[in-house]
Design a protein around this ligand. Structure first.
Ligand code: COS
Length: 386
């Protein structure tokens, strides 16, 4: 169900206020401590942020994709670590259940995901299967009324404190490609489940990733997502389509913030007896950034609208993720350039933004994977017509 426009505008306004007044002032502290304070997590739960995309009948806010990307553009303005607190619940951690879960699975898990009682993770990537997701090697063998999972997942966001993970594993070892993969809901308390140590990362401090290890991990058969084996890869791809749009919104928001910071500095900083914003080469950087952010915003909203109208948006989601993450990298790079020497110094903040933005081009599918998705879909469409 779509929210009425006044209620939605109120939500956007309160998220923007929260980002400006509460989150942005805490960015430095979060980066230095590598930790988002507990009270922030509680406030986010109270605001309903964990349940943005969970349907209302399961306790969430049930935003449309278009509404979701508008919210992610607001949230994206703050350090990505903040969004990461609830980002997996809103995006890839919950959507496999929302999109393909059985009624029973939805009833059991979604209300707790929406309230923030359960934090979720999406466990697809493995040490030997990152971009080539259909080649994953983790196994799930049916024994009585349980699946026994073995394998290792890598760089799993929020895994250090995830209560529930959606996990892709191979139920049929005779099928080497995507057809042998199924997806599961795995609870943290499952016997045989353990976690690696949190990784030290280049940026996005405060957001944590680690390995997830399955050693004869026992999962009830009823936790097979959708109750059908062999559908796990497609569930993951559909989940990523929505996740990539969410992330595109985040990239637009983050780029917008970087430009705001760069513009403010350019108007303040004087060289040759006048603000550097009066120099046309600086203006060129500001103008290019503005136009690119506008393009990214329009593209993301258009793709989200198409998804809401029922269209398959694998191509559009890949275009939006690719364009906005690359665009964000360029905008943040220009922000550093406008700051000059200060851009390289930690105290000014843009140095952190530069490191934080680098991950956007990698996670939820690298730019090169988005290119493959886009090109292949174009070729398939052409061959279908012929
Ligand atoms: N929605 C629904 N179904 C989809 C789909 C989508 N978005 N994308 C692919 N499928 C289906 C295909 O239609 C195909 O089904 P059929 O065989 O029944 O026709 C099946 O899934 C396999 O698709 P495909 O042949 O394209 O799979 P490949 O293994 O060749 O490649 C890529 C798929 C490379 C695109 C995929 O592995 C991928 O996205 N990798 C990156 C993973 C990623 O983003 N990792 C980041 C970590 S998760 S945060």
């Amino acid at each position: 169900m779509t929210m009425d426009s006044d209620t939605f505008q109120n939500l956007l306004t309160s998220v923007r206020k929260y980002v400006n007044e509460r989150l942005i002032p805490l960015e430095k502290e979060v980066a230095e401590n590598d930790e988002v304070p507990e009270d922030i997590k509680h406030e986010m739960a109270e605001m309903g942020l964990f349940g943005l995309t969970v349907p209302e009948e399961y306790g969430g806010i049930g935003l449309t994709t278009e509404e979701e990307v508008c919210v992610s553009m607001e949230l994206g303005r703050a350090s990505p670590a903040f969004r990461s607190v609830f980002g997996t619940n809103v995006g890839i951690g919950s959507q496999a259940i929302v999109i393909d879960g059985t009624k029973e699975q939805k009833l059991r898990y979604l209300p707790k995901i929406a309230s923030g009682e359960y934090v979720t993770s999406f466990a697809l990537t493995e040490p030997e299967a990152g971009s080539d997701a259909a080649n994953l090697q983790s196994t799930a063998r049916l024994e009585g009324n349980e699946y026994v999972l073995n394998g290792r997942k890598r760089y799993i966001t929020n895994a250090p404190w995830a209560d529930v993970l959606t996990v892709m594993a191979r139920t049929n070892p005779d099928i080497s490609g995507h057809g042998g993969i199924s997806s599961f809901i795995v609870e943290r308390t499952s016997a045989g489940l353990s976690f690696g140590k949190p990784e030290k990362k280049m940026g996005q401090h405060g957001a944590h990733v680690c390995d997830v290890i399955f050693e004869n991990c026992r999962v009830p058969a009823k936790n097979l997502i959708g109750g059908i084996e062999g559908q796990g890869f497609k569930t993951a791809m559909k989940t990523l389509d929505r996740g990539r749009l969410h992330l595109a919104g985040v990239c637009v928001g983050f780029a917008d913030r970087a430009l705001e910071v760069a513009l403010g500095y350019a108007c303040e900083r004087k060289q040759f007896k006048k603000p550097i914003s009066e120099f046309q080469l600086v203006q060129g950087m500001l103008a290019e950034s503005k136009a690119e952010i506008y393009a990214g915003r329009c593209m993301t909203i258009d793709a989200a609208k198409k998804r809401d109208s029922g269209q398959v948006v694998a191509t559009e989601a890949a275009c939006a993720k690719m364009f906005t993450s690359e665009m964000c990298g360029r905008v943040v790079d220009r922000a550093v350039q406008i700051f000059g020497g200060s851009g390289y110094i930690a105290d000014y903040g843009v140095e952190r933004m530069y490191r934080d933005a680098r991950l956007f081009r990698i996670y939820e599918g690298t730019t090169q994977i988005q290119q493959i998705v886009i090109a292949r879909n174009m070729i398939r469409e052409l061959l279908d017509i012929q």
